[in-house]
Write a protein that binds this ligand. Structure first.
Ligand code: PLP
Length: 404
């Protein structure tokens, strides 16, 4: 396909990103637009002007409103929604609310996000339960291959599947509706880690019917950092408790569920990121004539054009068809010849460091499936344009590793 050059979209100056760099890692930490940060600053000012009035009298109504706006955007019922700080907290909240037995098997895939696999490992160890990891080998031709690989690892003991909606290292959109339906048929609980999904792809949580779904608003929705949510199927709401037990646990009010009261207040904290979700949704929608649908399509086209060029010009291999991608794409690059780095959660490849320090290109390079093999992942957000990827490709053509 002949790539169409794409320019930036909307108010470029609205993004606080520093000038002169090429930022291709919205997936790890997305930048929050200035108008959204201005709304957060306004709310913080309001909070500090009269803290008691804000926290005690006004916060509940503001949270309800913010949850309602988010619920509409992700096709959910607001009573099933709780704000959490991030997807890591959402996954932990569910896993640490459930009781597992030594006979239980907890299933995940080898594409799961490390922090969340660690949470699964923690609860499994505490209960004496067994973890099974379904390998999903690459490349993939058809999304349904993912369901088959997961199903091969199910046994009569499988209690729960922790599965990513959009994977982090491999950037694949899993066929989550089909995965959830197949688990539901077998009575296996599904905990979907949708950290990247809101704002990258269209969501309808009501239709999905996962037992638990957690997502971030601070990635592709561009809300301030610290805005995540947890969606709990009504049948499980009574047993899911926040990580911090607070006033809601013995509240006697009848007009709100215990679920809502417990999650709305987990101790004093800055709630303004949650309260800016509506502003972020609205501001982003105003950046393109077709609103969110157009944004998602534009970012998808931009990133898939770029990944095709990484393959055709550099020989870096794509992992799956474009239809399995959202606004991120990973390509396999030649193995590193560096030793295994010290284990750190924010692994940094020396090529990633070099691209940043010598060329001001920020793009993640992660080991996959294991060191020394590795992937380079690109992201596309409204502030990106075709020339950003051209710069990356030109630098890699000159200084990057070449396939044998
Ligand atoms: C698939 C996946 N899950 C969870 C997370 C964690 O997100 P957070 O750090 O906001 O909790 C990430 C972060 O990139 C992710 O990619």
């Amino acid at each position: 396909m002949q790539a169409q050059a794409m320019a930036r979209v909307g108010e470029v100056e609205a993004w606080p990103l520093a000038h002169g760099m090429t930022f291709l890692n919205h997936g790890s930490f997305g930048s929050c637009p200035k108008p959204v940060l201005a709304e957060q600053a306004r709310l913080r000012q309001l909070l500090e002007e009269q803290p008691v009035d804000f926290m005690v009298r006004r916060l509940e109504g503001m949270l309800d409103q913010s949850k309602e706006t988010l619920a509409q955007f992700i096709g959910a019922d607001s009573e099933s929604l709780a704000f959490v700080s991030n997807a890591t907290s959402g996954v932990n909240t569910v896993l640490r609310s459930l009781n597992f037995d030594p006979e239980d098997e907890l299933l995940t895939t080898d594409h799961a996000y490390n922090a969340c696999s660690n949470a699964l490992g923690y609860v499994a160890e505490r209960a004496g339960a067994r973890i099974r990891v379904a390998p999903i080998p690459l490349p993939l031709k058809d999304p349904l291959e993912i369901c088959e690989h997961i199903e091969k690892c199910i046994s009569s003991r499988t209690r729960l599947l922790l599965v990513d909606h959009i994977t982090s290292p491999t950037a694949l959109v899993f066929p989550i509706k089909e995965v959830v339906a197949r688990m539901r048929e077998r009575g296996i609980l599904t905990l979907v880690d949708g950290a990247h999904a809101p704002g990258m792809i269209d969501l309808n949580l009501r239709d999905l019917e996962a037992d638990f779904y957690t997502g971030n608003c601070h990635k592709w929705l561009c809300a301030p950092k610290g805005a995540g949510f947890l969606h709990v199927h009504p049948e499980h709401r009574p047993i899911i408790r926040p990580l911090a037990i607070s006033h809601g646990a013995n509240a006697t009010r009848q007009d709100r569920s215990r679920f809502t009261m417990e999650f709305d207040w987990t101790g004093t904290a800055d709630p303004t990121a949650w309260l800016c979700v509506g502003t972020a949704i609205k501001w982003m929608a105003g950046q393109m004539p077709g609103g969110w649908k157009a944004i998602m399509q534009r970012n998808h086209t931009l990133v898939t054009q770029a990944s095709e060029q990484l393959q055709s010009r550099l020989g870096y291999r794509c992992l799956a068809p474009d239809s399995m991608l959202g606004a991120m794409a990973s390509v396999q690059i030649p193995d590193t010849n560096m030793p295994i780095p010290e284990s750190t959660p924010l692994y940094s490849d020396s090529l990633q460091d070099k691209l940043w320090s010598e060329h001001q290109i920020e793009v993640p390079i992660v080991p996959w499936p294991h060191h020394p093999r590795r992937l380079l992942r690109i992201s596309a957000q409204l502030y990106n344009q075709s020339s950003d990827y051209q710069k990356l490709i030109e630098v890699l053509e000159q200084h990057g590793p070449k396939p044998q």
